[in-house]
Write a protein that binds this ligand. Structure first.
Ligand code: ATP
Length: 765
């Protein structure tokens, strides 16, 4: 036996402690009307967790507590406890807990507070319900049939009937789990929505911070890059300047020395040139000599010419004298004095002069006559006078000319001698000058050459100096750049010299290799550097610790939320799986169960009625359902259609009585209804027998013959479930192993007592 006992104290009419012991399969409770029998059945409902006070015939929880009578004061609390046997049988226990006995107690206080306990430990209603469901004691109370409620299973709606059947089939435990899971699912989905909304709230800020951090990271990366480029730039620049400075200093040495030497050489050359200045006086002398020679030459030529003339005259005179001497010997007709001829010539000349301009022929003819006339006179004179020779004057003239010539010859001799002397002096002087001049030119050339070389060397030096000054400017610029770099990038850059310049293969470059780079590349590097600085400035400076910290916090929070969502979604998945699984089990077991109940129902029905047909039918019913009724408390604008149609599975009962045309439940008599419902209840109990069944005057409407059949069925049923029967029926009483009488004496309080069948029959009557 599973149901061991019922303790009742202060519950309804049971003002005093009372105990019922259920040591037999069938226990009957008998007593007069109003003694409190039904209160016992309700005590069962109460302790099993019934929440409807109405179903226990009360309005409030208080109504369940003994209200007092004229002689007995009212109780402050009502308590009911049932003891259930949980001993192992065949390796299993009815309840899934490690106790041999389970005592469930429920207490209700006047303020309406309910307390539950299992084996003395306070617990929740839910735990009691779950424990009971595990042993197939459901809360729908299909196994507690209250008075007048025998046909409750027939009057119930198809849906309620389905619930009862599910309960009877022991599917309640699945139902509980399913409902529980659905609640959890709903809660979880709500939580997901909440967390997601939290994430959405955080998102813009996080995005903003992310951008800031990205910018910061970019800025830091750029800073690092800039540092490296800076270090390389500085190292290269310094190396370049140092290298070229050294080179130029080295290059300066030779030209400087050369210049020094040249200055000395120039000095020497100039000194030499100074000496040659004296040459000028000699030149003047030479010029004077030249003049003298020229004078001499002119004089000589003049004298020579005079001599020539004299010689000509002398020769002429000599020839004349000789000719005249000859003529004097021979007498010639030409002894007319010369003066005569001159006169004639003069006369002719005059005439011709006079006539020449005229073109008149007569004038010209006259002139011709005038010319002829003197000539004719001369000729006549010549013939008459003869020739007179006189050479005396000519000889004198000749002698004077010869004297003159002698003098001239003497002079010429002198002149030639002087010229000769001068020429000799000149040649000597000129030779001297020429030889000295060559030396002087040599010195001059030397000076020029030195000066030229000086100029060239100076140019070379100037070039070096220019380069040095350019380098100096570079050095100043480098210093400025270094300062700027250190103030911008930090003190670390001042150790730029430790930086190693590497080539594309990662090999460290030597100083010599560094300086082979063309200057343009470094200039380009400088440009790149400036660009980077501008970009860095645009990105903003600073370490942004605050931003990083805030970003980290917000990110962590967001990640936490993401994890939360993932966890929740995982539970959603699990819950959905569980729900699907439970639904599947429910459906499968329900289908199998309903078929079994159906066949049992048919058996019991024909047994009860001696024939006929009874069947359970699964139906799908359209019901109107409030949409999301559970979400009522959430403040949301309600949807326009608050109701929606849904298909709901239910169970209909079909009966056909033997030898009767009538069909359907509505057409049955009270007794027929009672028998039908009893048949169904028994059928349900057969398929999945509950631990106990309480029947409160289910047999009230039965006649004697039916009472017997009823009694037979009870006996059959008691083999699988314990029966507690509240009855006035003698037949029913006779089937019970133990009988309890309930009496109510004058104090308005019910009393329980164990009685014998005869007493019971007497009481019942
Ligand atoms: P019947 O045979 O007529 O069905 P019964 O034996 O089943 O009668 P009950 O219905 O169990 O009788 O008992 C009803 C009695 O219990 C009533 O007299 C009622 O006054 C009493 N009763 C119910 N609640 C309380 C209460 N809170 N305090 C005192 N008495 C109560």
């Amino acid at each position: 036996m599973h149901l061991k006992s019922l303790h009742i104290n202060g519950f309804k009419s049971f003002a005093r402690k009372g105990e019922l012991d259920f040591s037999t399969p069938i226990t009957a409770i008998v007593g007069p009307n109003g003694s409190g029998k039904s209160n016992v059945a309700e005590a069962f409902r109460f302790v099993l967790g019934e929440q409807s006070v109405k179903s226990m015939r009360g309005k409030r929880g208080e109504d369940l507590i003994f209200n007092g009578s004229e002689s007995v004061s009212r109780s402050n609390r009502a308590s009911v406890r049932i003891a259930l046997d949980n001993e192992e049988r065949g390796g299993t226990r009815p309840f899934p807990v490690e106790f041999d006995e389970i005592a469930i107690e429920r207490v209700v206080l006047r303020d309406g507070v309910n307390e539950y306990s299992i084996n003395g430990s306070k617990t929740r209603l839910k735990d009691v319900q779950e424990l009971l469901a595990a042993a197939n004691i459901g809360s729908t109370g299909h196994h507690i049939i209250s008075q007048g409620e025998a046909d409750r299973i027939l009057t119930a709606s198809a849906k309620e009937r389905r619930e009862m059947v599910e309960d009877a089939l022991g599917l309640k435990v699945f139902q509980y789990k399913k409902v529980e899971s659905e609640k959890k699912l709903k809660k979880t989905l709500e939580n997901i929505a909440k967390v997601e909304s939290l994430r959405r709230e955080v998102a813009p800020h996080l995005k903003f911070l992310e951008r800031q951090v990205k910018k910061l990271e970019k800025s830091l990366a750029l800073r690092e890059e800039l540092k490296a480029v800076y270090a390389e730039y500085l190292k290269r620049e310094d190396t370049y300047i140092a290298h070229h400075h050294d080179r130029l200093q080295q290059e300066k040495i030779a030209p400087e020395a050369t210049l020094e030497e040249l200055a000395k050489a120039l000095n020497d050359a100039k000194e030499k040139l100074e000496k040659d200045k004296k040459q000028d006086e000699k030149s003047k002398e030479l010029v004077a000599l030249e003049q003298k020679i020229t004078d001499h030459r002119n004089h000589r030529q003049e004298t020579t010419r005079t001599i020539g003339q004299l010689e000509g005259q002398i020769a002429y005179l000599k020839r004349r004298i000789a000719e005249q001497q000859k003529r004097s010997e021979k007498v010639t007709e030409s002894a007319i004095p010369f003066s005569e001829f001159e006169k004639v010539a003069t006369s002719i000349e005059k005439t011709v002069e006079k006539a020449s301009p005229s073109e008149d022929v007569s004038v010209l003819q006259r002139a011709l006559g005038d010319v002829l006339a003197p000539l004719k006179v001369l000729l006549k004179n010549a013939r008459t006078m003869g020739l007179t020779i006189d050479t005396k004057g000519e000889e004198q003239e000749l002698a004077s000319l010869e004297r003159e010539k002698e003098k001239a010859d003497a002079l010429l001799g002198e002149i030639e001698a002087g010229e000769q002397t001068l020429q000799e002096s000149y040649t000597a002087l000129k030779q001297a000058i020429e030889s000295e001049g060559a030396e002087s030119r040599e010195a001059e050339r030397e000076v020029f050459r030195i000066m030229n070389e000086q100029r060239e060397t100076e140019q070379v030096l100037e070039k070096i100096t220019r380069e040095l000054s350019v380098l100096e400017r570079d050095r100043m610029e480098f210093k400025r750049e270094l300062q700027e770099a250190v103030s911008l990038m930090g003190q670390a850059l001042s150790r730029y010299f430790d930086y190693e310049v590497i080539d594309t293969q990662g090999k460290v470059l030597t100083r010599e290799q560094i300086v082979t780079e063309t200057r343009g590349v470094q200039v380009e590097r400088r440009r790149a550097l400036e660009k980077m600085k501008i970009r860095l400035e645009e990105l903003g400076q600073g370490t942004g610790e605050d931003i990083l910290k805030e970003y980290k916090d917000v990110k962590e929070r967001d990640e936490f939320l993401v994890r939360e969502i993932a966890d929740l979604e995982a539970s959603v998945g699990k819950l959905e799986e569980l729900i699907a699984d439970l639904t599947k089990q429910l459906n499968e077991q329900f289908v199998v169960g309903i078929e079994k109940i159906d066949s049992e129902f048919q058996k019991f029905f024909t047994l009860m009625f001696g024939g006929g047909n009874a069947a359970l039918k699964r139906v799908k019913l359209k019901v109107r359902k409030k949409k999301d009724a559970d979400l009522e408390d959430i403040e949301e604008v309600p949807e326009p259609e608050e109701e929606e149609e849904e298909l709901e599975e239910g169970i209909e009962v079909d009966v056909k009585l033997p030898n009767k045309r009538v069909q359907g439940l509505d057409m049955l008599s009270g007794g027929e209804r009672a028998l039908t419902s009893i048949a169904l209840i028994f059928a349900m109990s057969q398929v999945n027998p509950p631990l106990f069944v309480i029947l409160d005057e289910t047999d009230a409407a039965l006649d004697e013959a039916n009472s017997r059949r009823y009694g037979d069925m009870i006996t059959a049923l008691s083999e699988r479930s314990q029966l507690i029967l509240i009855t006035h029926n003698r037949e029913t009483m006779s089937r019970a192993g133990v009988l309890y009488g309930v009496t109510m004496s004058g104090d308005g309080a019910s009393t329980l007592l164990s009685i014998k069948l005869d007493e019971a029959v007497a009481v019942a009557k």
